[in-house]
Design a protein around this ligand. Structure first.
Ligand code: BGC
Length: 348
């Protein structure tokens, strides 16, 4: 079969190549790939900045935002041939740490977890893949290709759960929410926040185009400026850019008792504010700045429900580009109007 593979930490090593069929020990459910979403993590892996091959191997099959069709459900699953499934990304560490022991692998404390297409287990950018039945999430068949948005939706489901849990530390009546970044994660965050009783704002660099349109379609207010220029102090900020200056501005701007949830992974940048000043602002306003990564089964289950209940027409506008596997290089290059690019292996 064909697969998109990479030699992690070796820039320019990604290839669409012949690759052995998935091994039986990768799971008893055999799946035909339909599509795989591309995200910033994939770009980082291809650029040689992130990623780990399986032990004893040099190459890793890329891809963690999956959608596939069951070919063979195997002996111990309730799936049927033809079901649409998405694979959970993370596997618990083998020790296991207390969090992995209770199924909260997203909160793994020893870093020995593995992740499909990212860390030590092959991903989903291959014509066929295998999965353990307990890590295969069946998606509502009426979602069709939109099932490929499930993985990013899980990331947001976890992040918003964290915010709600943290909010319970005191009497909390949030009125305004700000999402920074109108990429797939930011827009899905906005979608989920739009069903709550909040004044919703989304900020991004794009001045025109699809992003402002999608935000306004949710009944939210779009801003193309800086966080510091906003004329209100958000009670909740979901940061989806990973940009240092946006984070520092958010800490300054967030309201008293407000919560900032960081979901973006960035690097470097210029320190625009002294750390002690940022910390003092957080202390004096009782703020919580929380990082959130990955998702466990509870989030996958909820995200599946949330996706199935969302406006399909709005969701379909998030998929702005479909590329063939042989054109994966184009899929990984960001174009100005991109929201979510997917690599499509077969028709849904
Ligand atoms: C994935 C997460 C993963 C994280 C860190 C993200 O792109 O969506 O599942 O935990 O990268 O590897």
């Amino acid at each position: 079969m064909k697969a998109i593979t990479v030699e992690p930490k070796k820039p320019g090593s990604a290839q669409y190549e012949d690759f052995p069929e998935p091994e039986e020990n990768e799971g008893s459910v055999l799946v035909e790939a339909v599509a795989v979403g591309v995200c910033g993590t994939d770009v980082e892996i291809v650029e040689g900045k992130y990623g780990w091959a399986p032990p004893g191997k040099t190459r890793l099959v890329l891809g963690h935002e999956s959608l596939g069709r069951v070919i063979d459900p195997g002996p111990r699953s309730s799936l049927k041939p033809g079901d649409l499934v998405v694979g959970i990304v993370r596997r618990p560490d083998p020790v296991p740490c207390p969090n992995c022991a209770v199924g909260e692998w997203d909160m793994c404390t020893n870093g020995q977890y593995t992740e499909r297409g990212i860390k030590e287990i092959h991903g989903f950018m291959s014509e066929r893949w295998r999965i353990e039945p307990e890590f295969a999430i069946k998606v509502d068949s009426s979602l069709g290709i939109l099932g490929v948005l499930l993985e990013p939706m899980t990331v947001i489901t976890k992040a918003l759960e964290q915010i709600l849990l943290i909010g319970q530390r005191a009497y909390w009546e949030p009125k305004t929410a700000l999402v920074t970044g109108a990429g797939p994660i930011g827009l899905l965050a906005a979608l989920r926040l739009s069903v709550r009783n909040l004044q919703l704002h989304v900020l991004d660099r794009a001045e025109t185009g699809l992003k402002p349109e999608l935000v306004r379609a949710l009944g939210a207010t779009y801003h193309a400026g800086r966080v510091l220029d906003l004329d209100f102090s958000p009670d909740v900020i979901v940061e989806c850019m990973g940009v240092g200056s946006v984070i520092a501005d958010s800490v300054q701007k967030v309201g008293a008792g407000g919560i900032i949830c960081l979901t973006g992974v960035g690097a470097g940048g210029v320190a625009s504010r002294a750390v002690a000043d940022v910390a003092a602002a957080a202390v004096l306003k009782n703020n919580v700045i929380v990082g959130s990564v990955n998702a466990n089964k509870r989030h996958w289950y909820r995200a599946g429900q949330n996706l199935a209940n969302s406006d399909r027409e709005w969701l379909s506008r998030l998929i702005t580009r479909r590329e063939k596997p042989e054109n994966f290089h184009q899929a990984l290059e960001r174009q100005p109007d991109d929201v979510k690019t997917i690599i499509q292996f077969s028709e849904v």
